[in-house]
Design a protein around this ligand. Sequence first.
Ligand code: ASP
Length: 354
Amino acid sequence: MNYKIVKLKTHDKSQKNRSVLLIYTGGTIGMIHDDAGSLVPFNFVKVIESIPELSKLELNLTVISFPKPIDSSDINPNDWVSLGYIIYENYDQYDGFVILHGTDTMAYSASALSFMLEGLAKPVIFTGAQIPIGNLRSDARENLITAIEIASDQQNGIPIVKEVCIYFNFGLFRGNRAQKVRSSTFAAFESQNYRMLAESGIYIRYNETSLARPKGLTPLRLHQKFDNNVLILKIFPGLTERIFNSIMGIKNLRGVVMETFGSGNVTSDHWFTEALIAADKKGIIIFNVSQCSGGEVIHGQYETSKKLEEIGVVSGGNITTEAAITKLMLLLGRYDSHQNVKKNLTIPLNGEMD
Ligand code: ASP
């Protein structure tokens, strides 16, 4: 890709200033209204140059913009590979990374990056806004400036945050634990199964015990193969055998994130059990996650989920749907063997489940 690169302050190694790489992908934060009144992505380099606060930051800031900024609803695994590659290539030159991204799919992208960047020991902070940066009441300035501050924050010369996160509305969340839960207030994200990593007020207060503690001894490794022969299927009362079986009959389908009721429960109808057995025999992996954003899948807690373990359905525990689908795609890209994928789904890769 042909990235546009802008250096807001000279990245000069002789200066002691910390350095942050800001990657702009698109999203509301940099949008403007088109002639028809719809929000469309805009050339952020122009916008960012006009934020005077940025020049007051005591650090070297470099901005890379996707050649064509996108609404995050258009994001796909190729974009994750681009993001992963930019971070991998620039890893040694910067103290931290900020990714400006639309909120709609931010939790998917943050989850994907958390799995792609094995051995990460520096901050990668996703942020965005609910209102474009050019608007008077925008939440963009606070989100952006604090995200940059977190990305450059260190203690005794070591980064405080060493993982992929989402910073939004005064809260820092582990990226693969967060979900977009609101589209019309500033508090767009929540992480119901994992404590916030930090809260920003007068000071930024880190929850030390919740932060990832990688030793940073192994070199950064980039995984960049995704297999998207997958789907997310939300179970609902009234789902028919005909519809379910025709979905399971899709050619080359390799994995399904099945969103079930409560703590992982499904209908006890005989046809459903038979359909799951048949899917497993065909090599389709079923990854069970809860429709509730708080809580977890516990196979066997109720009669209605007892059989799932025997059938070969994999419990997702308290993983989010966003983390589940990206983890599934990545593991399917990495392993051919059905058993290897299943085994690795149950092992936390990067703090996404307990
Ligand atoms: N549709 C926008 C996007 O995800 C929404 C946002 O940025 O808040 O790109």
